[in-house]
Design a protein around this ligand. Structure first.
Ligand code: PMP
Length: 360
């Protein structure tokens, strides 16, 4: 077996322990004589998997009773529509646009109501987080929306925006469980799991229960109505059962790792190895500065497209995979999610140092 260091932005590296456990249980899960993939989602055994996954997530994120946890499908992108459909009572929402994902979410929301762009960092290719301490929040806004960690650009909100009393909705796809969060500051948090938690196909929505309403926009599809999903305990239809099972294993792995406070410290240590080198390198430059830097996605460039291409190719050959930046921005990006060991980041930096010596 030859595992590589996988820096993909998602689907992304998962803890080896979890993959091995899943492999061991593939043919016979806990004496049931079948794989979880083959198991009825209405069975007691699967219900236990779902209940334990929810409880472990609640423990890790300290999710209060007043919040519901939904395991859904359709990825994060489907939530771009579900959120306005469920939350737009006045048909007004404010969006802070810090990258492609927030922009896509705002464009989707425009189909359902008036969308105000409160702030944007498009002027400098989304390489920073705008000051959100005193924004002109709309009086009738049903919510204020952010994408908390910008996967493509490698920025993260270091403090939450001042929403002036309005509900905060946050896409946490690429920073999910990477550090502790105060759930009570949000009305709704959601994320696709394919970066930090599990296989693509599951999206988790954490929503304050009073925002789960009977009254939603007309013609909201049944599958997108939070109330229906919540009342069915995420089992309105066949859920992404195998994905939920893997998420549950990752939650347990995180507990064994000492929870989110420990994960944050480990992630800071890992990111510091890479940022420290990027700050001193004469060949590579980081594209984000200071407090806006993400711990999860680290973009960098040489300033020369051909050299970027050479670097990516040679890194691939050395077992450092998927370092190509997003197709919309080019350059390189190292995604160093929870399951990326520090040895992977050290191997990357050692390779970069050597590349700098040969090409600088
Ligand atoms: N939000 C963020 C922050 C993302 O990084 C992504 C995917 N890379 C999405 C949303 C879209 O997720 P999905 O593909 O699950 O729809």
């Amino acid at each position: 077996m030859n595992r590589v260091y996988n820096f993909s932005a998602g689907p992304a590296v998962l803890p080896e322990e979890v993959l091995k456990e899943a492999a061991d249980e593939m043919l016979d899960y806990a004496g049931t004589g079948m794989s979880v993939m083959e198991m009825s989602h209405r069975s007691d055994r699967f219900q236990r998997i779902l209940d334990e996954a929810e409880q472990d997530l609640r423990d890790l994120m300290k999710i209060p009773e007043e919040y519901a946890v939904l395991f859904l499908q359709g990825g994060a992108s489907q939530q771009f529509a579900a959120i306005p459909m469920n939350l737009m009572q006045n048909r007004v929402a404010d969006y802070i646009v810090t990258g492609q994902w927030a922009k896509k979410a705002s464009e989707e929301a425009k189909k359902y109501g008036t969308v105000n762009i409160l702030a944007s960092s498009a002027d400098r290719t989304y390489s920073y987080i705008p000051d959100c301490s005193d924004l002109p929040v709309s009086e009738k806004a049903d919510y204020v929306y952010i994408c908390e960690n910008n996967t493509i650009y490698g920025t993260k909100f270091s403090s939450l925006p001042n929403t002036k009393g309005k509900i905060l909705v946050s896409d946490i796809s690429s920073c999910f469980l990477s550090e502790p969060v105060d759930v009570t500051k949000y009305g709704l948090l959601f994320g696709g799991v394919q970066k930090n938690i599990g296989p693509a196909g599951t999206v988790i929505v954490i929503i304050r229960k009073d925002l789960i309403r009977d009254e939603v926009l007309e013609k909201t599809p049944t599958m997108l109505h939070y109330k229906i999903q919540a009342e069915a305990g995420s089992l309105y239809n066949t859920p992404p059962a195998y994905g939920i099972y893997i998420c549950g294993k990752v939650f347990r792995w995180l507990k064994r790792m000492g929870g989110l406070e420990n994960m944050k410290q480990y992630n800071e240590k890992k990111a510091a190895v890479l940022y420290r080198y990027l700050d001193e390198s004469r060949l590579f430059s980081p594209t984000v500065q200071g407090k806006d830097r993400s711990l999860m996605n680290v973009p960098f460039v040489t300033g020369n497209k051909e050299l970027d291409g050479k670097f990516i190719k040679e890194a691939e050959q050395a077992g450092l995979k998927s370092l190509k930046g997003h197709r919309s921005v080019g350059g390189m990006r190292a995604s160093i999610y929870n399951a990326m060991p520090i040895e992977g980041v050290e191997a990357l930096v050692a390779f970069m140092k050597n590349f700098e010596k040969e090409n600088g």
